[in-house]
Design a protein around this ligand. Structure first.
Ligand code: FES
Length: 241
């Protein structure tokens, strides 16, 4: 069991403030978002071992009024509730998972998530591609099925590669499609992977597939079927007409 040297436990009570027995809510309101909380949602999902993702729900949450010390998260574990502040890196997030929920991140996944964080700070596109390709190699199951299973972390690395291919000038659409499709195979409800797949399918002129990806993306949202989704589907359908 690890100690918690890097962040503060803000509150702990037996009050069941969240209906899900095991849930992580990441504040994504203005101040926490400025400190990177949106990416933290994906980091927590990445750190949960394959096969354990149904044991805890990771979702966006509202302000817990500790805005000056974010990013803030709230964890419901059974009947317990705790809030943590200053959750700014994957190592801290992994320690919280272990201590609050007894979920241990496999070393290969923790290292990969740290590598993905390093890739965001890489100086060049080539360096980012190199780091992320190494992560994909590390996390991809071997042909005989050995090694790590498909994971949210693998999908995150592949989705980021697809985004880089799409952002290139001119876009490398084939590579983006390949990586985005692989990302969605690794994790079928990976929100960013589905959105990136929609963009890649649209760039390839596969409008029906793009609409399908948008619909699947919408289903992963906190507000499925919202107006943004509908207008996006209408826009793509207009391209196909
Ligand atoms: S903005 Fe996150 S706690 Fe207020």
């Amino acid at each position: 069991m690890r100690s918690l040297p890097f962040f503060f436990v803000i509150a702990f009570s037996d009050a069941l403030r969240n209906p899900n027995p095991n849930a992580i809510q990441v504040c994504t309101q203005k101040n926490c978002r400025k400190r990177g909380s949106q990416a933290l949602v994906e980091t927590f999902r990445d750190l949960i071992p394959p096969g354990m993702d149904s044991s805890v729900e990771v979702r966006t949450g509202g302000c817990v009024t500790k805005c000056g010390v974010g990013p803030n998260i709230a964890i419901s574990a059974g009947k317990s509730y705790a809030e943590y502040s200053g959750v700014a890196d994957p190592t801290t997030a992994s320690a919280i998972l272990e201590i609050a929920l007894e979920i241990e991140t496999p070393p290969a996944i923790l290292v990969s998530v740290l590598e993905m964080a390093r890739a965001t700070k890489a100086q060049s596109r080539d360096e980012r591609l190199s780091i992320l390709t190494a992560v994909v190699d590390k996390l991809t199951p071997a042909a005989d099925g050995s090694g790590p299973g498909p994971s949210h972390a693998l999908a995150s690395a592949l989705a980021t590669l697809a985004e880089i291919h799409l952002a290139h000038s001119p876009p490398d659409v084939d590579a983006a499609l390949s990586d985005a499709r692989a990302a969605c195979l690794a994790c079928g409800d990976h929100r960013r992977a589905l959105r990136t797949l929609a963009r890649a399918e649209e760039a390839a002129g596969n409008f029906a597939e793009a609409v399908d990806a948008i619909r699947r993306w919408s289903e992963t949202s906190d507000s499925p079927g919202d107006m943004g989704t509908k207008s996006e589907i209408r826009r793509i359908a207009g391209l196909a007409a």
